[in-house]
Design a protein around this ligand. Sequence first.
Ligand code: URA
Length: 217
Amino acid sequence: MQSITPSAQTQLHLISHPLVQHKLTLMRKKEASTTTFRTLLNELSSLMAYEVTRDMLLQDVAIETPLEPMTGQVIDGKKLVFASILRAGNGILDGMLTVVPGARVGHIGLYRDPKTLQAVEYYFKMPQDMHERDVIVVDPMLATGNSAAAAITRLKACKPKSIKFVCLVSCPQGINTLHQAHPEVAIYTAAVDRELNEHGYILPGLGDAGDRIFGTQ
Ligand code: URA
């Protein structure tokens, strides 16, 4: 069993809010229906969006209340991109867009070549002007870390201003692999589980996130 390296630990943000932990536990249950799983994932994604956007820059803006003028502060949500790693990442988008409706959305599709075991891209679409944007990469499970690392390598070719990674459940192996490939990327997760099984599933985990979101089991 691996443990998280001290270097990777510095980039790890464990989202320990009681609401997040409560909803994650309900999602993990094998008897949770597709509807329940999806609803909880939406709620949890909105909560995680609060954590991952905590350090977003604010701009002063002059407004008038019914009583007098004042200077308020706003974010420029359009500068943010949620980049979903297909297909399970799409389950996180709606909840995050509820909180930041102006954000742009990108998609990254990768599959693992069964012979070379390397990630092969089959889809990649990002908004324009990526050099002006902060990107939050979303995928429910950080398992081996290989697809997250490959997705971020591809994303870096667009030269975004910054990249963060958000998942629900992770494990030490995935965290270490992603951190080794991209040491500057902050990793946000609601749980660090024990280990991977021989099929690359996280234990105890929650099973196949894509199947549970889309009801394809
Ligand atoms: N992908 C999943 O959906 N679940 C895991 O446990 C690992 C990878």
